[in-house]
Design a protein around this ligand. Structure first.
Ligand code: XMP
Length: 519
């Protein structure tokens, strides 16, 4: 079996908001990469054994006191290096160039013009000597070091790309990793494939093959338990582990009564039915509703839901007496996030709230087969493993589920109304083709009644709010500009088909200052 980790790219992170995007672009070239803090030691860098190194952008100025510095010996290793923004400025300074404040910050689209003779990195990057790029910087290179050449300039910045072709050292002032740089992905691909010579082993099929072999080796003949939530990560983890060890995997699916319409049945049909996975379904709906009675505070609701889940999961696990492993759907952004928290360089990405945060005394070994994968990769792997498209490409759903989407006290009646309204909303978004353009969409139940008329009589019924947002990182989000005609159809259907609702509103708040969930 080919070693899919043999070829790899090291990304050193200087704190740019785009660093994870660099890693995703490299993975899209089917090459494995890891993201590490900028101060990784020389020994660690050598041991990592990268075919190429990318230095990310960062918010500081290279000449500022306390600015993140690099292990300078890195440049003597003979490994190809691409510096992006701050990364390029570090290269310049190291080799004797000069970086100065740019006068004014440059942010947004810029038109790059060729200067000199672009080396192999820039093959196909310029059309008629020009290329459109995304800039975000406050400093620029004033003097380039000896043995380097300028490759491109803009009206604002005389040095926008540099190269030392013989030593395979390249720097770009713009951000090739963002979608706003149309030729950016191609530039990353050229760096990884041509300059670093990676052939591209990191494909979904090979990722699965590799993971299956590793799980078998790790687990041997032991038994594994996994808390299935219906979410993408735990579902893909279950399918993957089942592929590796079949009946040694026991899944526990806790139906907490806070799931979407028919979700419990769908999870059972997919896993127990189609894939033949051993799944115990625990119908704990009434336990959750009783525990939530009289509780309106969102933080308290979350705590109750989380703790009760752990209690029930534990009760069930006790029945699987021979299990020695606990499987979890931890993914790469979760790993980066917790590494960041340890070094105090936390990344700006909200960690996923994974089910199965179990108490220490359970003493199970952790099996985390998705630890190296980004969300998109988890999804493609899930599809390749035969999970339904609708399951793997579903919008994110919070751990506490409808518990945070029914405002105030959670009651079964409210959850039932919300489930129906939400299902109609999502169904319409699929039909009209909006679903995959939206990052997250859902309905919210407002526990207030307002007056309406139906036939000859007055009604006094509940309100449903609809939310749809566009976002890249879920830290900021804009509301989705839903066409009026679609809103009209959705609202009509909800009011006509869901008993107990006579009013529908559409949320037009951005985050910040609003959040995505209403809670
Ligand atoms: P907010 O509401 O903070 O949400 O703008 C950002 C993203 O996080 C999700 N979210 C949660 N996910 N447990 C989760 O697993 C939670 O308690 C939780 N609260 C919010 C939310 O759905 C959105 O994608």
């Amino acid at each position: 079996m080919a070693d899919i980790h043999r070829e790899k790219i090291l990304i050193l992170d200087f704190g740019s908001q785009y660093t994870q995007l660099i890693a995703r672009r490299v993975r899209e070239c089917h090459v494995y990469c890891e993201l590490h803090p900028f101060d990784m030691s020389l020994d660690e860098i050598k041991a990592f054994g990268a075919q190429g190194i990318i230095l990310s952008g960062g918010p500081k100025s290279v000449y500022e006191e306390g600015a993140p510095a690099i292990t300078e010996e890195l440049f003597e290793l003979g490994i190809p290096i691409l510096g992006i923004c701050y990364g390029m400025q570090l290269i310049c300074r190291h080799f004797g160039g000069e970086v100065v404040p740019a006068g004014k910050r440059e942010y947004g689209h810029a038109e790059l013009a060729v200067k000199g003779v672009p080396g192999p990195l820039f093959e196909g990057f310029f059309v008629d000597g020009k290329s459109s790029v995304w800039m975000s910087h406050g400093d620029h290179v004033a003097t380039i070091p000896d043995n380097f050449e300028v490759v491109a300039e803009t009206g604002n910045a005389p040095v926008c790309a540099i190269q030392n072709v013989a030593r395979k050292l390249y720097g770009v002032q713009f951000h090739p990793e963002v979608n706003h740089t149309p030729q950016g992905a191609q530039l990353v691909n050229t760096f990884v494939r041509k300059i670093c010579g990676c052939a591209g082993q990191w494909t979904p099929g090979k990722i699965i093959e590799d993971a299956v072999a590793r799980i078998r080796e790790q687990v041997g003949s032991d038994q594994v338990i996994l808390g299935l939530s219906g979410g993408v990560d735990s579902s893909v983890a279950a399918a993957l582990i089942h592929r590796a060890i079949g009946d040694q995997l026991h899944c526990v699916f806790v139906d907490n009564g806070l799931l979407r319409l028919d979700e419990g049945d769908q999870v059972m049909a997919t896993f127990a039915g189609n894939l033949g996975v051993k799944v115990t379904r625990v119908n704990a709906q009434q336990r959750f509703y009783s525990a939530l009675t009289g509780v309106a505070d969102p933080e308290q609701k979350r705590k109750i839901i989380g703790n009760l889940f752990v209690d029930i999961f534990e009760e069930e696990s006790n029945n699987i007496t021979d299990a020695t492993w606990l499987a979890q759907g931890t993914i790469y952004p979760d790993v980066i996030e917790s590494a960041g928290a340890k070094t105090g360089k936390a990344h700006n990405i909200k960690s996923h709230h994974n089910v199965g945060g179990l108490p220490d005394y359970m003493k199970l070994k952790l099996l985390e087969p998705l630890r190296e994968l980004f969300k998109d990769e988890v999804r493609t792997v899930g599809e390749e493993l035969g999970l339904p498209k609708q399951m793997v490409w579903r919008h994110p759903f919070p751990g506490p589920g409808l518990g945070v989407r029914v405002l105030g006290e959670v009651k079964e009646e409210y959850c039932d109304i919300l489930r129906q309204a939400d299902a109609i909303y999502i169904d319409e978004l699929y039909r009209s083709g909006h679903y995959h353009k939206i990052s997250q969409a859902f309905a919210v139940f407002l526990p207030v009644k307002s007056v309406g008329v139906m036939g000859d009589g007055r009604t006094y019924e509940y309100v449903i709010a609809l939310r749809a947002v566009e976002t890249k990182d879920f830290m900021t989000a804009g509301w989705y500009p839903m066409p009026y005609a679609d809103l009209a159809r959705i609202s009509n259907r909800i009011i006509n088909e869901v008993k107990g609702v006579n009013r529908v509103t559409y949320d037009i708040s951005s985050k910040p200052p609003a959040t995505i969930e209403w809670e």
